[in-house]
Design a protein around this ligand. Structure first.
Ligand code: ADP
Ligand code: MG
Length: 421
């Protein structure tokens, strides 16, 4: 059936309980239902999952969803099972399943019960699975977090490189859907090239977050005091403070605590139980502030984070955008404050020294963009959006005055003095 023959709004309501498509969703859903290769670029929280879930539910056969993280897959499968009366509507196929469980998955797919099958890319290399999947009706393959294909993305995963070959083995005419929240033109190009899709319908949403206020301050010896002052001025509000190292996370969390701020640390060096506890404390608002490395964030969906502070500048604009993007999800205020010193850039360069040359070159280029952002005296929003290949009018665009450079324009010599070397 083509998209004109299906009442997609009715299906949206029936399956998900939503009255309206969000943003570009409807166009995407139609494109997939009509078997086109489709490329979806939407910021985090834009509603990408529904873009492939709804078509999967209305189409004949099983959709394969490639996703990099088991936890993300499990969440989605649980949510889908909650929407349906049938357990078998969605499954995860991975190496942790017992023989019996694999048999159940295969049976549900063969009988047409399973509309979505979530797989990690490495699971798709197993001949046994490929042979089975070749024998059943596949509606399409959706590749979530498709930026994992690109070395220019923030989360390169070599296993993603093989997807094109695997999908070809499954069948030549299976539509491919790639989805990502990475908007840089380089990554997009890489994704399409690697997947070998030249004819994709492309849907790109705006990455502008008009409710976020962007600010960069020089990082001095007194950065901790500056942070404490800021947090105290924002007492009772939820915030995330990102640091580069675990050690710094621990120290800063302690310094905040000593100064009467309720804060917990979060980094990958803490055991899983402590991590989960600290995350819950933040989500339940038992603490105001979480001091964290980038380990904190994936899948965190707290709508009312009011500030994101970068104690250390991140390694790319991309990471900066993702991390600041956790502020103001509810559309309310979100203050994004970065502390910048060129010394930190040199530190980041040093970290890269041991890596393969190609990786170093990419890392260096990304970092230079970050420097340019921190040192610019133009509209920060315009800078970020330009980086993502998007035009922004710094006079009349949405959120145009929401940055330090626009509110307090610097005279040229001041701007230079701000840079602490
Ligand atoms: P992404 O993968 O783009 O980061 P998700 O698919 O996780 O985003 O969706 C983000 C949120 O938006 C989810 O809570 C989802 O339920 C919600 N959402 C998606 N589509 C709609 C819609 N049409 N109406 C209302 N909420 C929606
Ligand atoms: Mg997603």
């Amino acid at each position: 059936m083509s998209s004109v023959e299906i009442d997609l709004h009715k299906k949206l309501k029936q399956y998900f309980g939503f009255n309206q498509f969000k943003g570009l969703q409807e166009g995407v859903v139609k494109s997939i239902v009509d078997n086109h290769n489709t490329f979806v670029i939407m910021p985090t929280g834009g509603g990408k999952s529904l873009c492939y879930q709804l078509p999967a539910l209305v189409k004949e056969g099983t959709a394969i969803v490639v996703s990099p993280l088991i936890a993300l897959m499990k969440n989605q499968v649980d949510a889908l099972r909650g929407l349906s009366s049938s357990e078998g509507i969605a499954h995860v196929l991975n190496s942790s399943l017992t023989k019996n469980e694999v048999r159940t998955v295969m049976k549900d797919i063969s009988e047409g019960t399973t509309k979505l099958l979530y797989v990690a890319p490495e699971s798709l290399t197993k001949d046994e699975y490929i042979d089975f999947l070749r024998s059943v009706k596949i509606s399409f393959v959706a590749i979530d977090e498709a930026h994992c294909i690109s070395e220019w993305g923030h989360d390169f995963r070599p296993e993603y490189r093989n997807l094109r070959n695997i999908i070809k083995r499954l069948g030549y005419d299976i539509p491919i859907i790639a989805l990502t929240a990475t908007a840089t033109p380089k990554v997009q190009e890489d994704i399409l090239k690697n997947l070998g899709i030249t004819d994709a319908n492309t849907f790109k949403a705006s990455f502008n977050r008009p409710n976020l206020y962007y600010e960069v301050r020089p990082k001095t010896k007194n950065v901790d005091a500056d942070i404490i002052r800021f947090v105290k001025q924002n007492q009772g509000k939820s915030g995330i403070i990102y640091c580069l190292s675990r050690k710094r996370v621990e120290e800063l969390a302690q310094t905040l605590q000593v100064n009467g701020i309720s804060a917990v640390p979060y980094h990958a060096g803490l055991d899983a139980k402590t991590r989960a506890r600290h995350q819950d404390m933040f989500l339940m608002e038992d603490v105001d502030v979480v001091v964290a490395t980038i380990a904190f964030g994936m899948g965190i969906d707290k709508p009312d984070v009011r500030f994101v502070i970068h104690h250390d500048i991140p390694k790319s604009i991309e990471s900066y955008y993702q991390e600041t993007g956790r502020a103001g999800r509810d559309g309310g205020e979100g203050h994004c404050l970065a502390f910048y010193s060129y010394k930190d850039i040199e530190k980041l360069e040093k970290f890269m020294a041991g890596k393969p040359v190609a990786e170093q070159e990419i890392g260096h280029a990304l970092l230079q963009e970050m420097v340019a952002y921190a040192e610019t005296s133009m509209s920060r929003r315009k800078f970020i959006l330009h980086y993502f290949g998007e035009e922004f009018d710094e006079v009349s665009g949405e959120g145009a005055d929401m940055d330090d450079n626009i509110r307090n324009p610097k005279k040229k010599h001041e701007a230079k003095d701000d840079v602490v070397k």
